[in-house]
Design a protein around this ligand. Structure first.
Ligand code: SF4
Ligand code: SF4
Length: 511
């Protein structure tokens, strides 16, 4: 199945033990480099520019001036070692450069050489390095072996965020013409067509009509999946994987049933048919903004009162943490269109709102008729997605991002078990495919990086009979569908949270 060794699981341990080091084991694993056709539409050079060292140093200087946090992170590490065994990629690959502190040092060493007094005059003493071709090569490998999951930052006494360092490194590499094909190709599609797949409006409409027919056949009820309906109350922004991938599509059907039963008018947009925003993965605020502005334009044109976001981890981070200043959804935009949108949206609801918050509120108000027994064949556990768990919140209480999805699951399933505490909530292990790594050219790191999550899952499968792992992230769902079989687990055990809702909701009698 694979021409590399699949890590062994040790279900005796909640968290894998520190592996024996195998230096440079993963140095050769790199994603495909973006071609000029992927780079240029985003405003990046098509290929490595002649004076790339200078361009890279200038870009680093620009980022240090723009993001104070970056400089603080590069200056404040005391090499305490607390983060070293916290990265799933280190635990799964044994490669010491996948230790968070070592990953940071790849950038820190060049920062010291060019931006600190000691590094300029006594480089060897402070571990400062020139930016050579070998260093750039290492950056390209190891900054694409970081899913920007932020688990290491939870354990760092200084809160150093390796994800932000990895984003900065990728931004510098894009600036010199060494971008990553997977992310940049997708961003090109979203900016041109409106979704990561490049799915044009007729294909989207056709897909949704097919799903309406499936629901009708299954339930006997006309549940709509509307597109571009002006005056709808809710605009649903969901990852485009919800339109075609399994188990995502079952989640989309679940959202539609929730809106239907609660009597909420809603619509999708063919212009902004993507919640995902890979601009965050490549560290480009400018690209992230361009993608997000499509959502603002759709919301203004459709005249909606609420914006709800479907199940997608990094999309919820962009929506929750950045949309306010990027687009004016929430508060913060000071341009006329942002202010126009702020006036248009209904202040009685969170803007934006996560679909789990919406469903949870409806459950509290008794607006959904649910039959838990429909899920009695399942014993469910929940995989907290990194970006939701460590970079956002849901609802109005701290920890809502942990409690609300669990509450929704437990409202529709009688049998629920959590995985080991060190592997869930803010300590959650990444699925292994986040941060722009969900591409086949990085399959080896995806499989190896999934090992800590697989181990915790293995425990609850053995001890509690868990047969379903629910998730609220499109990337996690795709990643698990692919890697579960490598660990001898059924690929269909990964489920959308709203798939569980969908199966339990009582819409009406079947004809
Ligand atoms: S952010 Fe996540 S993937 Fe990156 S170094 Fe930290 S733990 Fe590893
Ligand atoms: S835990 Fe923080 S301070 Fe300690 S080595 Fe890691 S990044 Fe540096």
């Amino acid at each position: 199945m694979a021409d590399y060794e699949i890590p062994k699981l040790n279900p005796e341990l909640d968290v894998p033990e520190i592996p024996a080091l195998e230096p440079d084991k993963m140095a050769g694993l790199k994603p495909f480099v973006a071609a000029p056709a992927h780079q240029e539409p985003l405003g990046f050079p098509g290929e490595l520019v002649d004076n790339w060292q200078q361009v890279a140093i200038d870009k680093m200087g620009e980022l240090l001036g723009k993001y104070r946090s970056l400089q603080v992170y590069l200056d404040s590490c005391v090499k305490c070692g607390a983060c070293t065994d916290k990265c799933h990629y280190f635990l799964g690959t044994n490669d010491p450069k996948n230790m968070p502190v070592a990953r940071q040092d790849l950038l820190r060493s060049v920062y010291r050489r060019h931006f600190t007094f000691a590094g300029k005059y006594f480089p060897k003493l402070v571990g400062a390095r020139d930016l050579t071709e070998e260093v750039l090569d290492e950056w390209y490998s190891y900054f694409h072996q970081c899913s920007q999951c932020r688990r290491c930052s939870v354990y760092c006494p200084y809160g150093i965020d390796t994800a932000e360092i990895s984003m900065a490194a990728r931004e510098i590499m894009d600036a010199v013409g060494k971008g990553q094909k997977y992310c940049n190709e997708i961003l090109g599609k979203v900016l041109k067509i409106g979704n990561n797949l490049g799915l044009p409006e007729p294909a989207l409409v056709d897909t949704l009509e097919g799903l309406e027919e499936d629901i009708k056949m299954d339930t006997g009820v006309d549940v709509r999946l509307p597109v571009d309906v002006k005056g709808a109350e809710v605009l649903l922004i969901t990852p485009s994987a919800d339109f075609f991938a399994e188990p995502h599509i079952d989640g989309l059907i679940g959202y539609a049933k929730v809106f239907h039963q609660a009597g909420i008018s809603w619509t999708l947009s063919s212009y902004a048919s993507e919640a995902g925003n890979f601009g965050m993965f490549i560290g480009s605020y400018d690209t992230m903004r361009k993608a997000a502005l499509r959502i603002r334009q759709a919301a203004l044109e459709l005249g909606v009162k609420r914006i709800v976001v479907g199940e997608c981890g990094h999309a919820w981070r962009v929506a929750y943490s950045f949309w306010n200043t990027l687009t004016g959804v929430g508060a913060g935009a000071d341009d006329p269109f942002g202010q126009m949108l702020q006036k248009q949206l209904d202040p009685r609801y969170p803007q934006p709102q996560h679909i789990c918050e919406l469903t949870s509120d409806l459950i509290d108000r008794g607006a959904l008729k649910l039959d838990k027994s429909a899920n009695d064949h399942r014993v469910v556990t929940f995989h907290d997605s990194c970006n939701v768990a460590r970079a956002t919140r849901m609802g109005d209480r701290p920890g809502g991002q942990f409690e609300i999805p669990r509450k929704v699951i437990q409202s529709v399933c009688a049998n629920y078990v959590d995985m080991a505490p060190d592997t869930i909530r803010q300590n959650t292990f990444c699925c292994g495919g986040g941060g722009g790594l969900l591409t086949d050219d990085l399959m080896e790191i995806r499989v190896k990086g999934a090992m800590p999550r697989m181990q915790a899952l293995d425990q609850v499968m053995n001890e509690n009979g868990v047969n379903t792992m629910a998730s609220i992230c499109a990337i996690c769902k795709s990643q698990f569908s692919k890697v579960l079989p490598y660990y001898d687990k059924p690929m269909h055990m990964i489920a959308s949270v709203h798939q569980l809702v969908s199966d339990s909701i009582i819409l009406g009698a079947k004809e």
